[in-house]
Design a protein around this ligand. Sequence first.
Ligand code: PBG
Length: 322
Amino acid sequence: MFPQSRPRRLRARPNIRDLIRETELSVRDLVYPLFVNENLTAPKEIGSMPGIRSLPVSELGEEARSVEALGIPAVLLFGVPSRKDPKGTSADDPDGIVQRAIREIRKVSEITIITDLCLCEYTDHGHCGMLRGDDVDNDSTLDRYAAIAVSQARAGADMIAPSGMMDGQVAAIREGLDRSGFENIPIMSYAAKYASSFYGPFRDAAESTPQHGDRRSHQMDPGNAREALREMGLDIEEGADILMVKPALPYLDIVHRARERFNVPLAAYQVSGEYSMIKAAAENGWIDHDRAMMESLQSIKRAGADFIITYFAKEAARVVGE
Ligand code: PBG
């Protein structure tokens, strides 16, 4: 009780604040997403994501090396193919864009390569799976996901991250990987992925906006928290090694509840819209860029994430390295 109790005593000096800080962000907590686009011959700025570029395969090696040199342990790879069709056949082509990208990175870098696994970048209709009528058909999509996972693993992926939100996708991918001798390749499941407006800028970069309809038949309703825990429980039973919550900042309660409930490692994805909001406000001089960036990342870790997938990874690495 006051006056004996004075919390300000511990805030009076920087050194004491440093000693008692409960959450510290490290460069080892960061994963950097990379976009590789088969249509490009030179890097291309993504207008809605200042500082982020789509890259041709030829630039990936150098980019991966510079990310690795900053101490960032892993990249999350997204591919944009030149050819799209209803089944997304280029997604599991041994010479597909992601498969080539993996080999290109491997030539020059030991960085951990995580591959996003979805069909929305590869289908001409832009949906995350096979269509039946206007609907995404769950079960025929699972076979496609398993084939893509095996193809990515064969090309040298270190970890597979399925983001399509089909029921049973983790089990299907686990079985496919195991059958092909990839029983040691972990699965990071986008377990609680919400139907979020914050993916807007990403869809520009990945050219993956659905031609009709939206993703609400498979991505989660933003009003639901218990359902997220159910999704996560199912994914653990199906064999997920790491769970992910996405987006991060608007869903910190989900991160926190997942941390309390489950004993597997937990990732959070600070998505494109979260990044672009901070960039836009900072460019207008309305907030301090580095402080807002670090505060958002720290809050995600404080909520319980073990690591964070973020477009800020390189800039944050420089700040924590200082
Ligand atoms: C689907 C996928 C999406 C994101 C990651 N994987 C987009 C979507 O579901 O529409 C979004 C990432 C971001 O916004 O940064 N392949």
